[in-house]
Design a protein. Sequence first.
Lengths: 415, 187
Amino acid sequence: MMNEEMSPSELLSAFLDGELPEPETNSLFYELAQNPELQTEMRQHIALHNSVQNIPLTIPAALKEGIFLKTGLAESVAEPVIIPVAGWTSVIMSIFKSRAFAVLIGGLMAVGAMFLYMRNVVENSPVITENNTKDIPAPQPVQTKIVEVPKIVTKIINADKDQIASAFKEGFKNGFAEGEKKSAANFSKENTAANGNNEQQPELPVENNNGRMSNIFPSETIGVTSNQIRQSAFEMPVSRFAIDNASSFGGPASDFSVQMRGTAALHSFVQVDVPSGIDPAFNNMSGSIQYRLNESNAVALEGGRETFLQRYSGVEDGKNFRYEQSYPAFWVGASYQYTFSKIERAYGLQPFSRLILGTTEVGPLLKPSIGVSYEYNNRIGFSTAIEYSLLRYTYQNQVFYTPKFGLTYGVLFRL
Amino acid sequence: MPHNLKKYSDQQLYVLLIEGSGSSRAAFNEIYERHSMRVYTYCRRILGDSALAEDMFQETFVRFFENAKTEREMTNLPGYLLRIARNLCLGEKKKQHRQTVSFEEFRFASHDISYESTELVRLVETALETLKEDFREAYVLKEFLGMSYNEIAEMTGATLSVVRIRIFRAKTQLREILAPYIEDLQK
């Protein structure tokens, strides 16, 4: 097929391309054995060929998405990550990324907000005044008292409506503490005497304690059909409900709190200059629901999205490739936080250390941090910390890491 | 819907694609997976400019999908795709009258980094850009896409001898351009 007028160099080129027929090949080999320059030329051809073959090309993933969008075949074609999903982390992530989980979290937050609102409404009730806080004794636990009754008593109310109304007025007029001085039993006796009923009735032993409204009603208004009366008085110190604008907001805070944090990258030990192909909302932000075990210890469920610069390598078609990408990872995890005592000299700042163990779509995540927090009041606090993040991921059974330092800044709302 | 389209031939995939059933997307996806690298390589090596090459690459598959609505027969699917890409790329070349690409542009374009991503690789890429278009195309089809002289001749419409000479001259020019670095390349 080849022209016999071909030069040795042309024969060599065709031979290296696998296009030289047998007869010409034999003559080329003869020439090669005789001609050192041709041998050099062959080595150069091979070197050039190998260099060209080693020039890598990777098709950007966005191109495929674009094609499918343009052709109207975009449905569930996008492949968001190049790195294969790593084992169990994908299972966890599928749970956290599911719509049901989002609805659950949204519902919990709505219930929490409602709880907070209702609590504020109740605790800011105008019944609580500064005057009666002075008269209320020290906090006492819930009291339950068993009282023996001599015999079965069934008493029809003898007092008329006006007398009962009068007793209420007296109670409100003098305050609850004053109203309590008149026991229900005495009130009952007076009324029975006034009605000309001389029959001696056993006096109901009513506890005249600090139950604020428990005894203002005469006991006889209730038909008692048992020889035991279980009388309970729930006594809560009013002073605890008093609003102190200087140090608290909306009543006492629970042990649950919600935190929102932002993260600014300080230094990544993996440096790449490939911009992220996508720009998701709330990137480099995280949130948590924290439960305070005691003054120093707290645990939390955490989640967020954060950019990690990745560099990993693999072999494709016998060639080594290195990949670099800026990967906005969605992560979830659990954290433990230890909070140290307040430093009064430093405006009440509280140092803390926190450890987050989490997972992403590509692998586990470790985030230890140290920082300080400041409680503006018992509801709102602020914090900032230096955070070290270590993302572990695999590609073609090789393990890679992205370590980096970041600065977190956040706000905390106690429920 | 077929479970494993990888076992299907190009012709079978094309039939699935033009049927317009629920398998069309999967068939198109499989065709893309099989042949996208060749098309992309051709576009990148012929045009050089990565942004332009990516546009032509996308347009190639979009055209292919649109043509599939009317083209009922398909005997050589990869060749068909390359012909679309070639027409688009050469048309773009004529519009732009570009012959060479600067070093700076190449540095910007080559963000597919590998272990071999050194100055030498950039030199080879740039050297390719300096080749005459006919030579470069023949060389790219041979070296990067592994096509035979016959296939190249069929695609480009040139004779077998012309293809052989183009490739030989492309190699010779590349050797001359890269002569100072050949020893480094050999390492």
